[in-house]
Design a protein around this ligand. Structure first.
Ligand code: FE2
Ligand code: FE2
Length: 216
C-alpha cells in the first residue's frame, strides 16, 4: 500500500484555480476592458491547466490502473469526456466575452463557471474516494514517484510555472519546502529563480516569506 496521494497536489491546485476564476468572473465589469482582459487570460490558463490534468490523469492514472484493475478507469474516463464538453463551452464563452465586452456575457460566463466548478469538485471528490485509493492499493510509492517524474519530463517550463502558481499556494509549508528543495537540487539556477518569482506573485506575502525562510 502506497502512502503518496498522487491526486492531492493537482486537485488542491485545481480547487484554487477554480476559486480564483469564480471570484474574477463575479467581480469583473464589462466597463473595465483591462479587467475583462485579465479575466479572459485567467480563464484560458485555468482551462489549459484542467485539460493538461485530464491528459495526465488518463495517461498516468487511468491507463496504468486499467492494466492492474480492468474496468476501474471507465467511470472517470466517461466523466472526463463530459467535462471536456463543458470546458469547450467555457472556452467559447471566453471568446465571445472578448469580442462583445457585454455584461450579459460576463454574467452568463459567471453562471457557467459556478456550475462547472460544482461539477468538477464532485468529480475530484469521486476520484479521490475511488480511483486514488485503488492507485495507492495497487502501486508502490516508487511507482507513483516514477509517474510524477514522467509527468514532469513531459511538461513544458511554461506549464510547470503554471502548476507552481496554482498548486503551491494551496499546499502546506512542509510540502512546498520538500518540492522546492528537490527542485533547487535538480534544476538550473535560472529555472529555480523563475519559480520563486512566480510564487512571490501567487502567494500571500506571509506564506511566501515563510517558504523563503525555511529554504534558507
Ligand atoms: Fe479527472
Ligand atoms: Fe483529477
Amino acid at each position: 500500500m502506497a502512502t503518496l496521494r498522487p491526486l492531492d497536489p493537482p486537485h488542491k491546485g485545481i480547487r484554487n484555480a477554480l476559486s480564483q476564476l469564480c471570484l474574477a468572473a463575479g467581480s469583473t465589469s464589462a466597463g473595465d476592458p483591462n479587467g475583462v482582459n485579465s479575466l479572459v487570460m485567467l480563464g484560458v490558463d485555468v482551462l489549459d491547466f484542467l485539460d493538461e490534468h485530464a491528459d495526465f490523469e488518463e495517461k498516468y492514472i487511468l491507463e496504468p490502473l486499467e492494466e492492474r484493475v480492468p474496468g476501474a478507469g471507465a467511470d472517470d474516463h466517461a466523466a472526463h469526456q463530459e467535462l471536456e464538453t463543458k470546458v469547450q463551452g467555457l472556452r467559447d464563452l471566453l471568446t465571445s466575452l472578448t469580442s462583445t465586452l457585454s455584461q450579459d456575457t460576463i454574467d452568463a460566463f459567471y453562471t457557467e463557471v459556478v456550475l462547472f466548478q460544482a461539477a468538477y469538485l464532485v468529480h475530484m471528490a469521486q476520484e479521490e474516494a475511488t480511483t486514488e485509493r485503488l492507485m495507492m492499493k495497487h502501486f508502490s510509492d516508487e511507482e507513483l514517484i516514477g509517474h510524477q517524474i514522467a509527468i514532469m519530463g513531459e511538461t513544458s517550463f511554461e506549464s510547470l510555472l503554471r502548476m507552481f502558481r496554482f498548486i503551491a499556494p494551496a499546499r502546506r509549508l512542509d510540502e512546498n519546502l520538500q518540492v522546492m528543495q528537490a527542485f533547487r537540487a535538480n534544476a538550473p539556477e535560472p529555472a529555480f529563480t523563475a519559480v520563486l518569482t512566480t510564487l512571490r506573485s501567487a502567494m500571500p506575502a506571509a506564506q511566501y516569506n515563510a517558504l523563503i525562510d525555511a529554504l534558507g
